[in-house]
Unconditional design. Structure first.
Length: 285
């Protein structure tokens, strides 16, 4: 599985790697699962198709396997913006605007440019508002998931509706941007219980986070630029599983520790990053 996105700025380089692998017969296109995402500044009428076409051109593919709406807002921030940045055009979530974007995604399926479509960074109130209006339902939702932030309600909500949870930051994102760090954040791989389980398996705590994620039922998408870590991440879920007791211990480590808070997408007048996540059970206006 390759988790790509327009905003990552590297799809052209990934496309060259794909083509080299295809040309050398190392892998066939149908053996890969490639995902990409539309960025917030490309949600308008006609923009989603343009975004998808650009990603396909850069990736040198005829189709992707899942095309995601990266964030449920059209709120944009300048590259490298600080946590207190507020774009003057930013505003709260709007159901009609989101559905305008989603219907364009549905047309991508109709056109054969993506096999499936998905959502990302959603909340239950937002899903309750948009799912009944979807002609084509999302097959997956990307969300932050790691031992100290398990989002059990959202996780179960998705599973109950046959929507696959895909978890980003599966080891707690220790290299996330400074703007997303606060003094109360928890570092998952330093949690004593995780460290002890890792010692019992003779592996790094990060490996335990990935094992837990897969055994729980989510698809973790760890980030790395090192080949040995790629191999280790893939291999660890095929051997030496966690015991039921260890899974139960990790289940108790959830502390609602959101790390990717999204402050740069806030609008003027917002109280804080919590407004993005509907913490009171209703969509923040």
């Amino acid at each position: 599985m390759f988790d790509c996105a327009a905003v990552y700025g590297n799809e052209d380089r990934i496309g060259k790697v794909f083509q080299d692998a295809f040309a050398k017969g190392k892998v066939k296109r149908e053996e890969l699962f490639v995902m990409t995402k539309v960025w917030n500044d490309m949600h308008g009428k006609g923009d989603v198709l343009i975004s998808c076409a650009k990603s396909l051109k850069d990736l040198q593919l005829d189709y992707v396997d899942i095309f995601f709406v990266h964030w449920p807002f059209r709120n944009y921030h300048e590259p490298g913006a600080s946590g207190d940045y507020r774009h003057p055009d930013s505003k709260p979530f709007n159901v009609d605007e989101y559905m305008e974007t989603w219907r364009q995604c549905e047309r991508l399926v109709d056109m054969g440019l993506t096999r499936f479509i998905g959502m990302s960074n959603m909340t239950i109130p937002k899903l309750e508002a948009v799912l009944p209006q979807c002609r084509i339902k999302p097959v997956a939702i990307e969300m932050e998931l790691h031992p100290s932030f398990q989002q059990p309600e959202l996780f179960e909500y998705c599973v109950a509706r046959d929507i696959q949870p895909i978890g980003f930051c599966p080891i707690g994102s220790p290299t996330r941007p400074d703007r997303d760090k606060t003094e109360n954040d928890i570092t998952d791989i330093e949690m004593p219980e995780l460290v002890e389980i890792a010692k019992a398996h003779n592996v790094h705590p990060a490996i335990i986070c990935i094992k837990w994620a897969v055994q729980r039922g989510q698809i973790p998408i760890p980030f790395s630029v090192k080949e040995n870590e790629y191999v280790s991440n893939l291999k660890c879920v095929t051997e030496d599983p966690l015991s039921d007791e260890e899974m139960a211990i990790i289940k108790k480590l959830d502390q609602n520790n959101r790390l990717i808070k999204g402050q740069v997408f806030l609008w003027e007048g917002a109280k804080g990053w919590e407004d993005l996540w509907d913490v009171d059970g209703t969509i923040t206006k």
